[in-house]
Design a protein around this ligand. Structure first.
Ligand SMILES: Cc1cc2nc3c(=O)[nH]c(=O)nc-3n(C[C@H](O)[C@H](O)[C@H](O)COP(=O)(O)OP(=O)(O)OC[C@H]3O[C@@H](n4cnc5c(N)ncnc54)[C@H](O)[C@@H]3O)c2cc1C
Length: 311
């Protein structure tokens, strides 16, 4: 193939993610700290429909110029980085809670964490008619599956754990499981009033871990619950403990997920763990270094870092 024809083919290839120009159509307070915002827009006809833990970027308006300076091309991120600070729309990572392409509706569950972050603040006062841009999966792209981490393969036993920021992903994952699934789920939430009604197969048991104080001791309850459960079910844990690379969670993102080409087998336990980076780091060390859980079967994701804005 010549250089010219190769370049032509590449420019014709549609990127896996596109911009979706949306408006708020509904806002529902699910609990003291969870707000469900429903977005609508004709663009959603081309939204990839995987669901599960599909991550997206929610781009927020600038106070005076809205989205006038937000780049719309395939390299939107590269162009955005070159903009002066005042012209940079803030954006944050979220999960699709559910998508109804036929109705042109997309739900995102926002945690109100009260720390002044632009996304949390926006969600706390979101009103019908407000415009956002969502950068999400494009159903017309041939490179599908980008932004999905849930890859249990044939694993029959599941361990799923996360804090409130992972509750939307975990809720969608649980709804997708076959009736035969067997597993244990731990969910840390700010308060007992944030416990939500989830749908899961009978063999999957869910333990909610409300914090004593909503905005203190992040991760303590989650770490203890996962550790106790793993200790009591040590027979499900196999293989040789390994030494892990240290991740500096204040300067790097903790994102240690299995190679998607190496799928867990039916006798493996598959684990999916997401939340505040320090808690996830502790759980990772415990599960992999001390308990010897096979790294090819466990995804660790630091969704946010206490004291550090996402961007
Ligand atoms: C793949 C992925 C999927 C995610 N899905 C969701 C989702 O569906 N729903 C959701 O609510 N979040 C989700 N998150 C987490 C979300 O991106 C972060 O919480 C993000 O920091 C929120 O942006 P912000 O503008 O509110 O705060 P930022 O400006 O990023 O941070 C401002 C301050 O708030 C603190 N902070 C941020 N989040 C929290 C929190 N939850 N609790 C307490 N303090 C916090 C930061 O440490 C910082 O000090 C996801 C993250 C990832 C990586």
């Amino acid at each position: 193939m010549t250089e010219t024809s190769n370049a032509t083919q590449l420019t014709r290839e549609r990127p896996s993610f596109s911009n979706f120009d949306l408006r708020v159509s509904r806002v529902r307070q699910l609990s003291p700290h969870f707000t469900r915002v429903t977005f609508t827009g004709d663009d959603l006809v081309n939204f990839g429909t995987e669901g599960l833990d599909q991550r997206i970027k929610v781009v927020l308006p600038l106070p005076s110029t809205g989205f006038d300076t937000f780049p719309t091309g395939a390299d939107w991120y590269g162009e955005w980085r070159e903009l002066p600070e005042a012209k940079k729309n803030p954006f944050r990572t979220y999960t699709i809670r559910s998508i109804r392409v036929a109705d042109r509706e997309l739900d995102v569950d926002f945690v109100a964490h009260g720390d002044g972050g632009p996304a949390s603040q926006w969600a706390m006062s979101a009103a019908v008619g407000e415009r956002v841009i969502v950068v999400g999966p494009d159903s017309r792209s041939s490179s599908r599956g980008v932004g999905l981490t849930w890859k249990p393969g044939a694993a029959r036993h599941l361990l799923i754990a996360g804090d409130e920021t992972a509750v939307p992903a975990i809720s969608a994952i649980l709804e997708s499981l076959p009736e035969t699934a067997v597993g244990r789920v731990f969910l840390e939430v700010p308060s007992a009033d944030d416990v939500l009604q989830l749908t899961a197969p009978a063999g999957v048991s869910i333990t909610w871990v409300p914090r004593v104080s909503p905005h203190r001791d992040y991760g303590l309850g989650l770490v203890a619950a996962v550790r106790d459960w793993v200790r009591d079910h040590v027979r499900t844990v196999s293989s040789t403990p390994v030494t892990l690379d240290e991740v500096d969670i204040d300067s790097e993102i903790l994102w240690d997920v299995p190679d998607p080409a190496v799928m867990p087998g039916p006798d493996d336990m598959y684990a999916w763990i997401a939340g505040e980076a320090s808690a996830i780091k502790t759980i990772r060390r415990f599960l992999v270094s001390e308990s010897g859980l096979d790294r090819k079967s466990v995804a660790f994701m630091g969704y946010w870092r206490l004291g550090k804005a996402e961007a």
